[in-house]
Design a protein around this ligand. Structure first.
Ligand SMILES: [Zn+2]
Length: 143
């Protein structure tokens, strides 16, 4: 089913499950200007369905970098590994905040490949995180 068929009800359920945060970089809708987007975990172009179990929330930066990919290079091992799946993987097992929350460090091959491919430490977002830290809005306390 094409994404145009995703109902408002399904969209709302996915956003609530994701707590209105990017499943990858954890950026909250409360602190980012542009609207968070629905992410097809397995992209539609690769046969991923527009069904709840394949949908999560991503910020425009992560979503555009992820694009139609499902795997990336682990810069440590040089191996291609699948991306982090926000529906089945645990964020804190694969990533950690360092530098007071300004930087996301990949703890596993999946975490490193996802950080690298999605440019989760792009200078623009790191600058924003540094301001959110000063304001006390970041990093999220529960993950
Ligand atoms: Zn993100």
């Amino acid at each position: 089913m094409p994404s145009s068929r995703i109902t408002g009800e399904l969209r709302r359920r996915v956003f609530e499950s994701a707590r209105f945060r990017c499943g990858y970089c954890q950026t909250s809708q409360l602190v980012i200007g542009p609207l968070l987007e629905l992410d097809h975990i397995i992209p539609e172009g690769r046969g991923g369905a527009s069904e709840e179990n394949n949908l999560w929330v991503a910020c425009p930066l992560c979503n555009s970098r992820k694009s139609d990919r499902i795997e990336g290079l682990d810069p440590e091992s040089g191996a291609m590994v699948r991306f982090y799946n926000p529906r089945v993987d645990v964020w804190s097992e694969n990533f950690e905040w360092i530098e007071s929350g300004a930087i996301i460090n990949g703890k596993t091959d999946i975490g490193r490949a996802t950080v690298y491919a999605l440019e989760m430490n792009h200078p623009n977002i790191v600058s924003a995180r540094q301001l959110w830290i000063i304001a006390g809005w970041h990093p999220p306390k529960d993950e």
